[in-house]
Design a protein around this ligand. Structure first.
Ligand code: SF4
Length: 287
């Protein structure tokens, strides 16, 4: 933790902030390609962070909303990865794909494919609408579903004998284990086989642990990141269980009333927030 002491207020930054390994790698690739080609398109936003997207736009990175929206003959896909069906659709249009799929996401895709090929129904603990989860589901070739609770079990015609369970990479580990326990209670029946694979990203685990530790010592936590970023929202949710917490995209969103009477303020950030934005938040706090 880096501490900035003021006469009445202490401000501390969590140990783990700045881009995660996967986002940094994706942005490095994207910047290189954009500079070499004088611009390039990405399929969807490469990160859920407006400030980062604005910087990328300045070097010629354009966001194609979907495959029909791609104008050029090359597209960069995000660290969230894509399904094999989408990959094929893009290639069928003679568009070259430059993939920046994070290795942790790739690990989840491979696990999903192997489980499905071995005859398991693949359950992904995660948000079915998130691009990463849609991509992983695609690798199950119709033998998977995504859920955040066990209600789906009641809707199945019959409980499959073989169930494989994995997680969206950015979920909270304890929430994943609670989900697994519920599935064991409801779906682990006679002659069943269950395979549980931990596919939660190491960076996210460390980031969440560092944020919770810091929140425990603070009167207020500021979580810096995109309002639509899944991992940033989860960090804010975890910190809010410990202390008063606000999710902000930039320093401009800080309300002076939040700081009234606070002596210790902690700052953490999502995996797609660049360190410059975090430092701007730190600088804006009263010194
Ligand atoms: S949060 Fe984890 S899984 Fe997601 S891109 Fe970053 S390193 Fe990869």
């Amino acid at each position: 933790m880096v501490a900035k002491k003021a006469s009445r207020m202490t401000i501390e930054k969590a140990d783990k902030v700045g881009f995660c390994f996967g986002v940094k790698r994706a942005i490095d690739v994207l910047e290189k390609v954009a500079r070499e080609r004088g611009g390039v398109e990405t399929l969807g936003a490469v990160v859920h962070n407006r400030q980062v997207l604005q910087k990328l736009a300045a070097i010629g990175v354009k966001v194609a909303k979907n495959v029909d929206d791609i104008r050029g003959d090359v597209v960069v896909t995000s660290s969230h990865g894509i399904s094999p069906q989408l990959e094929e659709e893009i290639k069928d249009r003679n568009i070259e794909i430059i993939s920046t799929t994070c290795p942790f996401v790739l690990r989840a895709q491979v696990a999903a494919r192997r489980l499905a090929e071995a005859g398991f129904l693949v359950i992904i603990y995660g948000d079915a609408e998130h691009p990463e989860v849609r991509g992983i589901l695609g690798w199950t070739k119709g033998r998977g579903l995504a859920a955040l609770d066990d209600k789906f079990i009641a809707r199945l015609d019959q409980i499959p004998r073989r169930i494989g369970i994995l997680s969206q990479t950015t979920q909270v580990p304890t929430h994943f284990t609670d989900f697994v326990k519920k599935l064991i209670d409801t779906a682990f029946i006679r002659d069943s086989e269950m395979r549980i694979i931990d596919t939660i990203c190491h960076d996210i685990r460390e980031r969440q642990a560092a944020a919770i530790e810091l929140a425990g010592q603070m009167d207020l936590m500021l979580v810096v990141g995109g309002h639509h970023s899944a991992n940033t929202n989860r960090l804010a949710e975890l910190c809010s269980q410990v202390t008063e917490t606000y999710l902000i995209e930039t320093a401009a969103e800080i309300q002076p009333s939040w700081l009234e009477g606070k002596r210790r303020i902690g700052v953490t950030a999502g995996a797609s927030t660049d360190e410059q934005t975090v430092n701007e938040v730190l600088k804006s706090l009263p010194a």
